[in-house]
Design a protein around this ligand. Structure first.
Ligand code: ADP
Length: 270
């Protein structure tokens, strides 16, 4: 059965490596000799491939100006390859670490948060959970456009160290308490992760709770400790972060309401 999203490998050319990550190597490429694309070449054995292929079909139907477009997949041969929009600025976390001047531009950082929030509001509206929202999973395009990538992929990873909240690669520092305690993912657990992403941006890409081990973080968060206000972070923005880190998921704001708040804030910070 031929999926509408199957891309024939003969229509792709593979160029230089852009980076590598959890699932394999990412290369710059061209589609039909014209369109720049990013080619994520999946390491064999890292993904539950059949389910992933089904899900890819769903993911190609998602469209938002702040979501990385998934153009299609190569599954007729191994390794599986995911063809997405090319984002010339690369990973947001690295970008923010390299561009220190951004720390004196809270208006720009706020706009970045607003863009990510827009994509998340869209996912929330169609009941889709990201599960691994963090600055490392966002990409930078032209004119400081920020796009969210890798939505839903984490569900198909076969590595227990990554998928189990007890695993060494599980992103504990971005995880809401109910995710750690009962593996309860929701848009509200995405909201918690979004607050940590905001903190990453306003600290210039610091690692959250750097001095603490994963176990210590879980304990401290449960006791009510929270990440501190980054130096150049406006108080109104920090108070939003604190709202995203409410112990009770239902008390956290929705992405929809955060989006409205950002809109109001952007006028006052400028
Ligand atoms: P993984 O999800 O396997 O951990 P990533 O998606 O983080 O891998 O990709 C690894 C690196 O490749 C990123 O840090 C980034 O620098 C680069 N990269 C990934 N996707 C793109 C893209 N669409 N455009 C440009 N660079 C990309």
């Amino acid at each position: 059965s031929d999926s509408k999203w199957e891309i024939d490998v003969s229509e792709l050319s593979f160029d230089r490596e852009l980076g590598s990550g959890q699932f394999g190597v990412v290369r710059l490429g061209k589609y039909r000799g014209k369109k720049d694309v990013a080619l994520k070449i999946m390491k064999e054995g890292t993904m539950e491939e059949d389910h992933f292929i089904e899900e890819a079909e769903f993911m190609t139907k998602l469209h938002h100006p702040n979501l990385v477009e998934l153009y299609g997949v190569v599954t007729k041969q191994r390794p599986i390859c995911i063809v997405t929009e090319y984002m010339e600025g690369g990973c947001l976390l690295e970008y923010i670490r390299k561009n220190h001047y951004l720390q004196t531009h809270p208006d720009t950082l706020l706009d970045m948060c607003y863009q990510v929030c827009g994509a998340m509001k869209y996912l929330e509206s169609i009941n889709t959970i990201h599960r691994d929202l963090a600055a490392r999973n966002c990409l930078v395009g032209k004119n400081l456009t920020i796009k969210v990538a890798d939505f839903g992929l984490s569900r198909y990873v076969l590595d227990d160290e990554y998928t189990s909240s007890l695993g060494s690669k599980f992103p504990i520092k971005w995880a809401a308490p109910e995710v750690l305690n009962y593996t309860k993912f929701s848009s509200k657990s995405d909201v918690w992760a979004f607050g940590v992403l905001m903190w990453e941006l306003f600290t210039g890409g610091k690692t959250p709770y750097r001095a603490f081990s994963n176990t210590e973080v879980v304990e401290r968060v449960a006791q009510g400790h929270r990440l501190e206000r980054p130096q150049n972070c406006p108080h109104a923005v920090y108070s939003l972060m604190l709202n995203t880190w409410d112990m009770e998921p239902e008390k956290r704001p929705s992405f929809e309401s955060l989006h409205t708040t950002f809109n109001d804030l952007i006028d006052t910070v400028n």
